[in-house]
Design a protein. Structure first.
Length: 275
């Protein structure tokens, strides 16, 4: 049994419906990309404003609501717990492999949980991979400033890391794993310590840049805090969203042109062969 052939009128209706759905779908994807870009533009503005703002000392109540502190410029006072530091692996800086030094800062006031501070970057020893380059940790009370983040970027792990111990090298930081290893539950934020702010020492920067060796600049404590520009990274994502939006809108325009072409053909065919 053969089906009833579509009349030119029905073909015209189906063509209009299919074309409209395709154009609506691709256009909605374009607008979705624009919304994602707009959201990251707002976030970029917040990061830029926080980096220029005067640092504030968070209260115990604010630390209990860590979401309110993200991208805020904070001032922290306490003492380092160097025996509880961990080192994040595979963190390149200026084209060199190295580690991030994550160390808890314990507040002197009661009722405050520790805060994990990313103190800076250290180069890797290529002869002994697990050897950590020396750096200085001041004793006693210190005051540091930095920007609060939800976490450091997570890298791909082919297998779950089981040996997460204090003083060890971790692929990614995990707050739950750190709590189990240390027995202390920190505030679930990471504060990136500001450059030229080597704890309570004078704001001295040791210029270790050498044109011959390509060494990076280090702070007075031996750590490099030339952080990647988070605003710049967001700008590349914003540009990418705009690029994707342009592609979806271009596809929608191409589909619209194709639909108009097909409609013209169907109308001409219907006029030549009226039913």
């Amino acid at each position: 049994m053969t089906g009833t052939p579509l009349t030119p009128g029905r073909r015209l209706v189906f063509a209009v419906i299919a074309g409209a759905l395709a154009i609506a779908g691709t256009s909605s994807l374009g607008f979705w990309q624009l919304r994602r870009a707009a959201g990251k533009e707002v976030l970029q503005g917040e990061i830029e404003r926080s980096s220029r703002a005067m640092p504030v000392m968070p209260s115990a109540d604010a630390l209990s609501r860590p979401g309110s502190l993200i991208y805020k410029h904070l001032q922290l006072r306490g003492h380092w717990l160097p025996g509880r530091a961990v080192y994040l692996d595979n963190r390149p800086q200026a084209g060199r492999a190295g580690f991030y030094v994550l160390m808890p800062l314990a507040f002197d006031q009661p009722g405050y949980a520790d805060v994990i501070v990313n103190r800076g970057w250290l180069p890797r020893d290529f002869d002994v991979r697990t050897r950590i380059a020396p750096y200085r940790t001041p004793d006693g009370a210190v005051t540091i400033t930095g920007v609060a983040l939800t976490d450091e970027p997570h890298l791909l792990e082919l297998a779950a890391q089981t040996d997460r111990r204090l003083g060890g090298i971790w692929q990614n930081f995990d707050f739950d794993a750190y709590t189990r290893a240390s027995g202390r539950k920190p505030v679930p934020i990471i504060v990136r310590q500001d450059p030229s702010n080597a704890s309570s020492s004078p704001r001295l920067v040791v210029d270790a840049v050498n044109a011959a060796t390509g060494d990076v600049a280090a702070e007075a404590d031996g750590l490099d805090r030339n952080w990647p520009d988070r605003g710049g990274a967001l700008q590349s994502q914003i540009d990418r969203h705009h690029g994707y939006a342009f592609q979806w809108f271009a596809l929608a325009a191409s589909l619209a042109a194709l639909m108009v072409y097909q409609l013209v053909r169907l109308v001409k065919h219907a006029r030549k062969h009226p039913s």
